[in-house]
Design a protein around this ligand. Structure first.
Ligand SMILES: Nc1nc2c(c(=O)[nH]1)N[C@H]1C(S)=C(S)[C@@H](COP(=O)(O)O)O[C@H]1N2
Ligand SMILES: [Mo]
Length: 356
């Protein structure tokens, strides 16, 4: 289906619940304007009365907390610029096609989030030394589809280890780009987990629970999980950190460039850490040249990059590719690892353009 969109406006991948993709081809600024930030919701936006809302911090804690929005806002605040990507971003490039929202390139955005450090809330509640994980729950609810599935409607909830909760610099955010959270982004407050795929950043947060032992919720076992083969056998693990990835924003795929001209090939790259290198190929992967970075190295933010390209003098099709490497030495693979299931689409995807 051909979708005609105004440049910069979001593409509606699903109307109900609302799933909106940013126009990656229009990538311009480092910070995505809030009205262009992608939206990914499994269920309808829940009705949450901000005045009556409470954030419960409970479970294996010495002192359970029940905080109103005003009480949360009165705590020491901090801001973090974070690039968030949906784990299903790029699903449209998979062959054969797989079920799920058919994201192309734009389920990734960068915003400045403001709120309270999760570590401060955990310290305030006095997390027990027996706690192993922290579980987060949202107010939204509905029926799920992937098997094995629990019966009836369930909430969106997810957990992480206590170590991750402390080291990933997690925020309970109530503002985006200096404004209160819009309903679609989790008002009045949500989790923000830097470096992780979006599913870790639970919206419309209702509770934070310190757990002893395992958690194993639907959203980290059936859904949003993968097969880890690092020990030899496939072990089911929850998705968390973002794999290194780069995408070409311009020239646009299936677009045209004029022969003999000089054009900028440009895009962005990110990972669960700092991107240190982006290489570009204009000959289908035979040779590569280093792109130049527009943004400085950041721990949890994308870096826009560009490369001047002398377009050949002869008409025809060319295949452009970009390939990122991060500070941990990980490079984008050329082929897809099927153990990621319908998620983590980070292998190099060719962009074909026509020289006219
Ligand atoms: N409560 C709740 N939190 C959620 C979701 C959801 O459906 N419900 N979707 C998750 C997914 S899959 C992503 S990618 C991010 C998207 O956040 P955004 O809509 O603010 O871009 O929110 C995450 N948090
Ligand atoms: Mo997502």
């Amino acid at each position: 289906m051909v979708q005609s969109v105004t440049r910069g406006s979001r593409i509606v991948r699903q109307a109900v619940p609302e799933n909106l993709e940013s126009d990656f081809g229009a990538l311009d600024e480092f910070l995505t304007p809030t009205a262009q930030h992608y939206v990914r919701s499994h269920f309808a936006v829940p009705t949450v009365d901000a005045a009556a809302w409470r954030l419960e911090v409970r479970g294996a804690v010495g002192q359970p907390l029940s905080l109103s929005l005003d009480q949360l806002r009165a705590l020491p605040k901090t801001s973090r610029v974070v690039t968030m990507e949906c784990a299903g971003n790029g699903r449209q490039f998979l062959t054969p096609a797989v079920p799920g929202v058919q994201w192309e390139r734009g389920a990734v955005s960068t915003a400045e989030w403001t709120g309270v450090r999760l570590a401060d809330l955990l310290a305030k509640a006095g997390v027990s030394t027996e706690a192993t994980r922290v579980a987060f729950e949202g107010h939204d609810k509905g029926e799920v589809k992937n098997t094995p599935l629990p019966s009836g409607p369930i909430t969106f909830h997810r957990s992480m280890t206590l170590a991750e909760a402390r080291t990933r610099d997690v925020l309970v955010a109530y503002a985006i780009n200096g404004e209160p959270l819009p309903a679609a982004h989790g008002a009045p407050a949500r989790l923000i987990v830097p470096g992780c795929y979006g599913m870790a950043s639970v919206k419309w947060l209702s509770s934070i629970e310190a757990v002893t032992g395992e958690f194993d919720g639907y959203w980290e076992t059936t859904d949003y999980a993968y097969w880890d083969r690092s020990t030899g056998r496939p072990l089911r693990r929850p998705l968390m950190g973002m794999q290194v990835k780069s995408l070409i924003a311009r020239p646009s795929a299936r677009g045209q460039v004029a022969r003999g001209t000089v054009v900028d090939i440009g895009g962005a790259a990110w990972s669960d850490g700092a991107v240190t290198r982006v290489e570009v190929s204009t000959d289908g992967g035979a040779t590569w040249r280093d792109a130049e970075f527009i943004d400085p190295q950041g721990a949890s933010t994308w870096r826009r990059w560009r490369l001047r390209w002398q377009v050949p003098a002869t008409a025809g099709e060319v295949v452009l590719m970009s390939r990122a490497t991060d500070a941990q030495g990980r490079t984008q693979p050329m082929t897809r690892n099927p153990d990621w299931g319908t998620y983590v689409i980070h292998h190099v995807v060719p962009t074909t353009v026509t020289i006219v």
